[in-house]
Design a protein around this ligand. Structure first.
Ligand code: PGA
Length: 253
């Protein structure tokens, strides 16, 4: 059985008090309503991780994540956040390779390989994002595009290290656009990703890797997406900023 995961990526939203209220609301709703076998990951902006950490129950169903980290442990990198910092704030995961980081901060596959190494070295699990832009989907070369992202950034890892990787497939044309991939498009890509992982790390490792879908995942489409055999949960942007919507997505399993 693969771990089911619903992760909320808050991006650059909320102030301190808002972040605390949203965390408390999610914690209460998850405790009352969510299936206990779904891991819930919350990725608030880094300055808030420590401030919300005491608001989540200790039993461990809800865990915290950073939205990015630098490839070095420390140094003269003004404005950056390191993996040891995230770890010390209480994060257990970090999201790496989000398309917004690739686009607005020019992150490359090679840089993401280094970030992944550093995150794993610091005992953070990595939610590694991949996904194609619209023109690649229109040219029907999305499988090559996405598998290359994974090869370039993750295939140098040892099988032992790879156990700490969660994949998030996020077609860029579906992020924040209200345009979701169809459940069949998601399933097809997730299957391709799983086969690609199997070819490198073996079928057993592939079977154990959680692959999340991201891109306009909402309460009204989550059930259909999550019912696909290779979709193990979601990475949620906009809908993770509303406790009711986020919880309803978690309940879609
Ligand atoms: P969205 O964002 O749910 O708002 O489309 C998903 C993401 O960027 O992770």
């Amino acid at each position: 059985m693969r771990q089911k995961i619903v992760a909320g990526n808050w991006k650059m939203n909320k102030t301190l008090v808002e972040a605390q209220s949203l965390t408390s609301e999610i914690a209460n709703m998850v405790e009352d309503e969510a299936p206990s076998d779904v891991k819930v990951v919350i990725a608030p902006p880094a300055p808030f991780i420590y401030a919300v950490e005491n608001l989540i129950p200790e039993m461990g169903q809800i865990v915290l994540a950073g939205q990015n980290c630098h490839q070095e442990d420390a140094g003269a990198f003004t404005g950056e956040v390191s993996a040891p910092m995230l770890k010390s704030l209480g994060a257990q995961y970090v999201i790496l390779g989000h398309s917004e980081r690739r686009e607005h901060f020019s992150e490359t596959d090679e840089e993401l390989a280094k970030k992944t190494d550093n995150a794993l070295k610091n005992d953070l699990k990595v939610i590694f994002c991949c996904g194609e832009p619209l023109e690649i989907r229109e040219a029907d070369t999305q499988n090559e595009y996405v598998t290359k992202q994974l090869t370039n950034s993750l295939f140098h890892l040892t099988p032992e290290q790879f156990k700490n990787i969660v994949i998030a497939y996020e077609p860029i044309w579906a992020i924040g656009t209200g345009k979701t991939a169809s459940s069949q498009q998601a399933q097809d890509m997730h299957k391709t990703i799983r086969e690609h992982i199997a070819a490198k790390f073996g079928q057993d490792a592939a079977n154990k890797t959680s692959i999340l879908y991201g891109g306009s995942c909402k309460p009204d489409n989550a059930k259909e997406l999550f019912s696909q055999p290779d979709v193990d949960g979601g990475l949620i942007g906009g809908a993770s900023l509303k406790s009711r919507d986020f919880t309803d997505i978690i309940k879609s399993f």
